[in-house]
Design a binder for this molecule. Structure first.
Ligand code: HEC
Ligand code: HEC
Length: 194
């Protein structure tokens, strides 16, 4: 057995023994408490215009964290917070928040507004990317159960072309929509318990 081969075997055994320590489901990344100060306990936001992270697709969170760190998605409240944070830590944060369940919506449905939001979302084919249940996938965020004020705030920003660093096809899909329709869609999506 060559020396190099022995090292490979040792490295493999070492990784195999350490793996369970890192894959434990309850592992909370060290930075998470700081994030939860704004994004809420267990990633369910209780602050106006701040998105919940719980139940978002891992890839979506990971992508956004890289964009925020690189200053490409400009978020005043998070400025400098991710400076020099390595990719591995961003991934750990993404895995953690993606694994947490989103809270069941408690706000009342207004039948007319809800139905209008449902029809609009279907007609505008939002489900093609965000999935028909609006739970999101890969780089497409979950919309179901997201805060109503955040959905409205962020779609208004996209429509006004003030959402720096956001997906251009996404922005284009809101082209020409009225503010009343944005309100109906936000009402509808925020009350979905998928
Ligand atoms: C001081 C408050 C604050 C703190 C602390 C904070 N964030 Fe944020 N975060 C925000 C706000 C506000 C937004 C949305 C702003 C916008 O879109 O204009 C946001 C957006 C995000 C987004 C994009 C989510 C989406 O649905 O578009 C991710 C991911 C995120 N934050 C992760 C984190 C992580 C991880 C941490 C901890 C390292 C963190 N945030 C700390 C306020 C905060
Ligand atoms: C072509 C695929 C596609 C279509 C169609 C689409 N979206 Fe998106 N959407 C995305 C992607 C990708 C993102 C995330 C990237 C970004 O912009 O930051 C996103 C982001 C969003 C966000 C921001 C959520 C957050 O947590 O920050 C909202 C709200 C949203 N979409 C609503 C809609 C609505 C409503 C429709 C239908 C009118 C729609 N989308 C149609 C791809 C799409």
């Amino acid at each position: 057995m060559t020396l190099r081969f022995q090292w490979k075997v040792l490295a493999f055994l070492g990784a195999a023994m350490l793996a369970p320590l890192f894959s434990a489901a309850q592992a909370v990344p060290s930075r998470a408490p700081m994030c939860s100060a704004c994004h809420g306990p267990n990633g369910n936001s209780q602050l106006k215009d701040v998105p919940s992270l719980a139940g978002q697709p891992k890839i979506f969170i990971e992508n956004q964290l890289v964009l925020i760190r690189e200053g490409m998605r400009d978020i005043a409240q998070m400025k400098g917070m991710l400076d020099n944070v390595p990719d591995s830590e961003l991934t750990a944060l993404a895995v953690y928040y993606a694994s947490l369940p989103i809270a069941k919506p408690t706000a009342k449905r207004q039948a007319g507004l809800f139905a209008r939001g449902e029809t609009l979302s279907q007609e505008m084919r939002c489900g093609i990317c965000h999935l028909p249940t609006y739970v999101g996938r890969e780089q497409m965020p979950r919309l179901a159960g997201q805060r109503e004020d955040y959905l409205l705030y962020t779609m208004r920003a996209m429509k006004a072309n003030q959402a720096v660093g956001r997906d251009s096809i996404m922005i284009a899909s809101l082209y020409g929509i009225s503010d009343e329709d944005l309100q109906a869609i936000s009402h509808y999506l925020s009350r979905l318990a998928n």
